[in-house]
Design a binder for this molecule. Structure first.
Ligand code: C5P
Length: 224
């Protein structure tokens, strides 16, 4: 039990950015590298879980011992996540694009003298909220909150709004080096309070988070 605390459990992890096409050559994206999400998937596999990793476009190898579903857009990611249910634990580390253009142009949008293309943006589905408020709900639902200011206030509000059990809050502001970097400084926010962890490698954040998730599942259902 101590060696493989997640044996027999199914764990879903999302990771990386999404790319939202504007036309055949352009897209909306963000600076997420997928390092933290991939590390979580690998740590869960090492803890004995059956792991499904739904990854946006990243420059990382697939982690060992993990089933990987490669997706591009937020809509693809939602579909792959819903197809992976039911799971015992779901950890949403992906930096899903908040918006996409209302229409994807079939041909490359041409530069015109003095005229700028105008785009209408529409909201992408919120994958975390859909799963946290839907059925079958995983036993433990964990979201990430990448913020550049008032990190903890935002995290508490997000816990409520999204209906998840924990938020892992991190400051990705300028100069922190978190986005794309090897290390992370996180705060684990739950209804019971906030726990601030020291700065550590993303692989260590992943191992601790997986250990905590396994302990929470056991506490909720000691027979399982
Ligand atoms: O609201 P915000 O995007 O900051 O919330 C971040 C959390 O929500 C992350 O866990 C992220 O993976 C998840 N999320 C999602 N689908 C979205 C937006 C965010 O799953 N469309």
């Amino acid at each position: 039990l101590a060696l493989l605390p997640l044996a027999g459990k199914r764990v879903l992890v999302t990771s990386g950015p999404t790319h939202e096409p504007i036309d055949p050559v352009r897209y909306i994206a963000n600076r997420s590298s997928g390092r933290q999400g991939h590390a979580i998937a690998e740590a869960a596999a090492q803890a004995g879980a059956e792991v499904i990793l739904v990854s946006g476009p990243v420059n990382l190898p697939d982690p060992h011992g993990v089933k990987v579903r490669h997706v591009t857009t937020a809509r693809d990611m939602l579909a792959a996540v819903l197809a992976a249910l039911p799971v015992d634990i779901a950890i949403f580390a992906a930096a899903v694009a908040d918006w996409r253009t209302a229409e994807e142009a079939d041909a490359k949008i041409k530069k015109g003298a003095g005229t700028m293309p105008q785009f209408t943006l529409i909201e992408n589905p919120d994958i975390l909220a859909t799963v946290a408020k839907g059925a079958p709900r995983p036993g433990l639902v964990v979201g990430f909150a990448a913020e550049t200011d008032t990190v903890l206030d935002h995290a508490r509000a997000k816990l409520e709004r999204k209906g998840c059990d924990w938020i892992v809050a991190n400051d990705v502001g300028k100069g922190t080096g978190v986005m794309g970097g090897e290390r992370n400084t996180v705060h684990l926010v739950s209804k019971d309070g906030i726990e601030s962890w020291p700065t550590m490698d993303k692989t260590e954040v992943a191992r601790r988070l997986v250990a905590r998730a396994a302990a929470a599942l056991r506490a909720a259902d000691p027979q399982a």
